[in-house]
Design a protein around this ligand. Structure first.
Ligand SMILES: [Zn+2]
Length: 75
């Protein structure tokens, strides 16, 4: 669980699984190979319900997620 300016996020570090799937990293718009270590994060607020939150999971490169966490935009 991490606090971010846009709310709380559930964050999981995955070490990579035996899959050929890859995902689009929201941080850099490049592919994240599912077989490589990366970060999975989704909103913890549960406004849309747990199932929607699961569907909203995002796969990030570790450095991209760290950059996002460090950015902390302020109005
Ligand atoms: Zn990335």
């Amino acid at each position: 669980m991490e606090d971010h300016p846009d709310g709380e996020w559930v964050v999981q570090v995955v070490t990579g699984s035996a899959t050929d799937r890859s995902y689009r990293c929201p941080g850099c718009d490049q592919l994240v190979p599912g077989a490589s270590p990366h970060v999975v994060a989704w909103p913890a607020d549960g406004l849309l319900g747990a199932e929607a939150a699961l569907a909203d999971r995002r796969h990030w490169h570790r450095p991209c997620w760290d950059r996002r966490a460090a950015r902390r935009p302020r109005r």
